[in-house]
Design a protein around this ligand. Structure first.
Ligand code: NAI
Ligand code: MG
Length: 487
């Protein structure tokens, strides 16, 4: 049996009480790579109690912000120092090319942690001037115990995206990584201890959706922070309603990658290749709708397909690979089912170069569908694979209508050299991100907020970090005159 990894509660590495395990399958080999505990409600309860005690009685929330920041800097440095191991675990668990795990995911996780560490001692409350009779100040306090539910597409980055903001303001957290890719979150918890962050501040429970559901239902949790499907996001919001807990939800998307005829076509093509295939299309901001002006359609498509045909689909450990496998058999079937749905109406243009000699792995080649109707299922539903619907348009009003014609509102990309047009479109599309002449640009200082079915609240940026706090307004009466309401 492949080596198991236990979860982390306080400073204890533990199995589940039931001794049930989740098998972690490497999607490139289809073999069991590792196993982690399958935590039940009892295990979750234990973690919440440990976290609650660390919050109420431990040194963490009483530490000076600058001391907290120093420990978080140390954690960021440890993530960096352990890049090789973390990148390997990430690739073995979920299949993204090792080159990307090492050169994109780990550095991004480090940046996010540094950003949050730097915010610790920048926290400010405020004072509300109300004249001489009242002294009013507003405090920003930690919410308490946070549950961070993490998906499998950026396991380490998204774990840090929950962990950093929670820690910055003195909260404690229980991370629940995805069952497909749990190991980097466990290592992150261990590195937090190594950095000197007190036991119980960072806990990691592992298991399937049921474990996440038990965590979200627990009355001892004060905030639920989730990234994943809109379907589960809704369940999380319902769970939060039970005790009126705070929620942050980062959900699905159906990005319109809009190419106007006046765009820098070479740059737009290169970026379209990237946004269509990066992480094998398993990103909530994948440019899954390529919305293209009719005038440039043929030339753009020709060059795009020839570029896509150069991409190697194959072993994620091979340095030449650009698209690794899809994360699981289940997701692979789902992506292929969407390709079938597309095929009922349109002929697929299959691109990419499948590496020879592969005898296992859940691989999907980049696949385009051309002249797709904006309301077709493949243009409406999140596929989460390298499957792109090309939609034609002729004028600006039409393209804005198309961009907004989905229930999602996460990101839009606009390619044009006309400055006024870029800003006009940016103002009218209803999405949390608008990228002008770029794609998929996320860095720590920019808040990430989905509109409509894409989410509630922001991750990262100062706004996202502040969502891990609650306000307290203290009103001090300085007026001694009698209360007019009482005789
Ligand atoms: P999912 O939303 O079911 O899983 C995400 C996380 O939520 C995992 O940790 C899972 O264990 C947990 N979870 C599942 N059910 C839960 C529940 N009832 N309560 C609490 N936690 C629960 O996503 P899944 O099934 O892995 O992927 C399905 C689709 O979701 C994908 O095809 C994609 O369209 C979308 N997705 C979107 C992501 C994003 O970045 N916005 C990330 C992953 C998936
Ligand atoms: Mg699911």
């Amino acid at each position: 049996m492949a080596s198991a990894m236990e979860m982390l509660v306080g400073d204890q590495k533990i199995a589940s009480q039931s001794d049930r395990w989740v098998e972690v399958i490497n999607p490139a080999t289809e073999q069991v790579q590792s196993r982690v505990p399958d935590a039940d409600a009892g295990d979750v309860d234990r973690a919440v109690c440990v976290a609650r005690q660390a919050f109420e009685d431990g040194p963490w929330s009483r530490m000076t912000p600058s001391d907290r920041g120093k420990l978080m800097y140390k954690l960021a440095e440890l993530i960096e120092a352990n890049a090789d191991e973390l990148a390997l675990l990430e690739t073995q668990d979920m299949g993204k090319p090792h080159f990307h795990s090492l050169n994109h995911d780990v550095p991004m996780a480090v940046d996010f942690m540094f950003y949050c560490a730097g915010l610790c001692d920048k926290v400010r409350g405020s004072q509300v001037p109300l004249g001489p009779d009242k002294h009013v100040y507003v405090l920003r306090e930690p919410v308490g115990v946070v549950a961070g539910i993490i998906p499998w597409n950026f396991p380490l980055v998204i774990a840090v995206q929950k962990l950093g903001p929670a820690l910055a303001y003195g909260n404690v957290i229980i991370l629940k990584p995805a069952e497909q890719s749990p190991r980097t979150a466990i290592r992150l918890g261990e590195l937090a201890l190594e950095a000197g962050i007190p036991p119980g501040v960072v806990n990691v429970v592992t298991g399937y959706g049921e474990t996440g559901a038990a965590l979200c239902a627990h009355a001892g949790v004060d905030k639920l922070s989730f990234t994943g499907s809109s379907e589960v996001g809704k369940l999380i919001m319902e769970a939060a309603a039970e005790n009126f807990r705070k929620v942050t939800l980062e959900l699905g998307g159906k990005t319109a990658n809009i190419i106007f005829s006046d765009a820098d076509i070479d740059a737009a093509i290169a970026s379209t290749v990237f946004t269509s295939c990066y992480n094998s299309g398993q990103i909530c901001t994948t440019g899954s709708r390529l919305v293209m002006h009719k005038r440039i359609h043929d030339q753009f498509l020709d060059t795009l397909t020839s570029k896509l045909n150069q991409l190697q689909v194959g072993d994620p450990m091979d340095a030449g690979t650009k698209l690794g496998p899809i994360v699981t058999k289940e997701q692979y079937d789902r992506v292929n089912a969407y390709i079938k749905i597309g095929q009922e109406q349109y002929s697929p243009i299959e691109c990419g170069q499948r590496q020879s000699g592969l005898d296992a792995g859940y691989y999907v080649n980049p696949t385009l569908f051309d002249h797709v109707a904006p309301d077709a299922r493949i243009a409406q539903e999140e596929i989460f694979g390298p499957v792109i619907s090309i939609i034609d348009f002729e004028d600006d009003d039409e393209v804005i209508r198309i961009a907004n014609q989905t229930s999602y509102g996460l990101a839009t990309a606009v390619w044009t050299n006309d400055l006024a047009r870029a800003h006009r479109v940016a103002a009218k599309v209803d999405s949390g991100f608008v990228w002008v002449n770029c794609n998929n640009f996320w860095v720590a200082p920019i808040p990430y907020e989905g509109h409509r079915v894409s989410g509630v609240g922001a991750d990262m940026g100062i706004e996202g970090v502040e969502s891990y706090t609650k306000l307290k307004s203290v009103v001090v009466n300085l007026d001694n005159s009698p209360n007019p309401w009482v005789e």
